[in-house]
Design a binder for this molecule. Sequence first.
Ligand code: RI2
Length: 305
Amino acid sequence: MDLDELEGDDLEDIAKKIQNMEIRGAAKIARAGALALKRLVENYDGDDVEDLESELEKGAKRLRSTRPTAVSLENAINYVMTVESEGVEGLKKEIVNRASRFIEKSLEAKDKIAEYGGKRITDGDVILTHCNSSMAIGAIKYSWDEGKNIEVIATESRPKRQGYITIKELSEYGIPVTLIVDSAVRYKMRGVDKVYVGADTVASNGAVINKIGTSQVALCAHESRVPLTVCAETYKFSNKTTFGELVEIEERDPSEIVDPADFPEVNINNPVFDATPSKYVDSIITEKGVISPDGAYRIIKEMEE
Ligand code: RI2
């Protein structure tokens, strides 16, 4: 679902759509979070600034609760909420401006990452991608537009099967694409030249938190000496991890995997992200440039300035 389909939705409508993954992908949920705060102030018709501030805090809390792993959402909220205005009208205006600016910056970052990531793909490459990352796909499309003859192998990405979105998008673009089940990654890795994935969060030690299974893909890539590239905007880098906080891994409902009623005696776990240690990451493509995972700390410090 695109942001322009959210016409008329208020903060709660958008929060629900983020939570049930009608709106998904770390970049898109960040932009949707910014849009939700914008909607909150646009819909506010009171004249008490403290009341508006408290509504904003409540709204931010609600948005943060929807998807706990992707720091992109948290960073988008923090960006929009960093305001100085006094008075209802000034505050409303500033929130609207900052939300629009965040959305703009996010889309600009996507274009830059597509360019930098796309240039690093070479003619004849077979690229494996996991889940559905708008940033990784942007880079793949860029290389195709440059006339490079590439092929993509896309994982199904159980349980939500975001791989179907990837294969639809790439095949409609004309790019040859093959769908595999997640467990076929190691078998297929011998024929792969590069792995391109996205990220929900990048930690200060360069670890990349992305869709469950990414760390297994990374291990297989490492074994076959296939470089793994992560496409991630700088607002996916987590400041909190610098101070020792661990990234919470979202657990979603078991019914996304099977109907638990069919297995009443069985525990069913549905962790939806995992962490790939930096040693399995070749490069991270950000809108500020291509870095090694060791550069994550510097990116975080620059963001603080
Ligand atoms: P972009 C997704 O999360 C996937 O983990 C994907 O790799 C990541 O967000 C980044 O996506 P989910 O919402 O920001 O499907 O690159 O759980 O689009």
